[in-house]
Design a protein around this ligand. Structure first.
Ligand SMILES: [Zn+2]
Ligand SMILES: [Zn+2]
Length: 271
């Protein structure tokens, strides 16, 4: 069965992706998609980590690009989302400004950065020790507990720098799965990881993520998964969805339904 939905899509505004909302919509329609969730790296009121996200001043333009696309592509449900790092200081911005005031349909939680020994570190490289991995897992769980997010992106991102599957990775993964199951929080098997170069590890070459032992262990827990392309180029809007889904199927994981996100979708009112 072909995939017709993707909830994880970036625009040029994050500075490491290409194309704008309309370019992704055109491609999604051409590929027979029914739902396209835009989820660029969120603007932040203090412009923190600006190198990998839109400037705060670009937020209205991002919203307008999505609103315009909804009119231009009525055959496609275009959802307004953001991919967000959790922090207490951003809770009000995420909940009150994005979700309530600006009518965002959903937010994705993602741990691209996490606090370690009182300082924020990047997840690319920062989770390469037992202490770093533990801090990553604790932060990931705290993000889920915030209740702000519809699902969590690439939970196994730590596989980019923690190279051996061992008791530490198993413990981090088990805690993430226990919390995700209790909170009924879907975890994403991320298609972008499947398009990235392989890395060398003591266990041989493999993807940074999805990291297969992580998803194998997930089958011991009552967790649900979603698959997304995490497109950074319009032509990737549907890339690697079937491959990501095959990982979930291989380990007998249960797929979550994100249909409810469309309920908030700002389609024109029919009076
Ligand atoms: Zn991400
Ligand atoms: Zn992303």
């Amino acid at each position: 069965m072909p995939f017709t939905r993707n909830y994880h899509t970036h625009t040029y505004r994050c500075k490491h992706a290409k194309g704008d909302v309309s370019d992704y919509c055109r491609e999604a329609v051409a590929q027979g998609f029914t739902v396209l969730g835009m989820s660029d790296h969120t603007a932040l009121p203090d412009n923190r980590w600006l190198g990998v996200r839109m400037d705060f001043r670009e937020l209205p333009g991002y919203c307008k690009a999505i609103d315009d696309a909804r009119e231009a592509f009525p055959e496609l449900a275009v959802l307004k989302g953001m991919e967000c790092e959790f922090a207490d200081s951003y809770t009000s911005f995420y909940r009150d400004t994005l979700l309530d005031e600006l009518g965002f349909d959903y937010l994705i939680g993602a741990a691209h950065f996490f606090p370690l020994n009182g300082e924020w570190v990047g997840s690319y490289g920062g989770a390469d020790t037992a202490a770093g991995l533990r801090a990553y897992a604790d932060y990931f769980i705290e993000s889920m507990e915030s209740g702000l997010f519809a699902f969590m992106a690439h939970p196994d991102l730590f596989g980019n720098c923690y190279h051996t599957w061992d008791a530490n990775t198993a413990s981090a993964a088990e805690d993430i799965f226990s919390a995700a199951a209790a909170l009924k929080m879907p975890l994403e098997i991320n298609g972008y990881g499947l398009r990235k170069p392989l890395i060398d590890t003591p266990e041989g070459k493999r993807r940074m993520y999805p990291w297969l032992p992580f998803w194998e262990l997930a089958s011991d827990y009552d967790v649900t998964v979603v698959v997304n392309s995490d497109a950074h180029r319009p032509q990737d809007v549907g890339s690697n969805l079937s491959e990501a889904a095959a990982i979930g199927k291989r380990y007998g994981l249960q797929f979550a339904d994100l249909d409810h996100l469309e309920a908030r979708c700002g389609k024109p009112e029919i009076v």
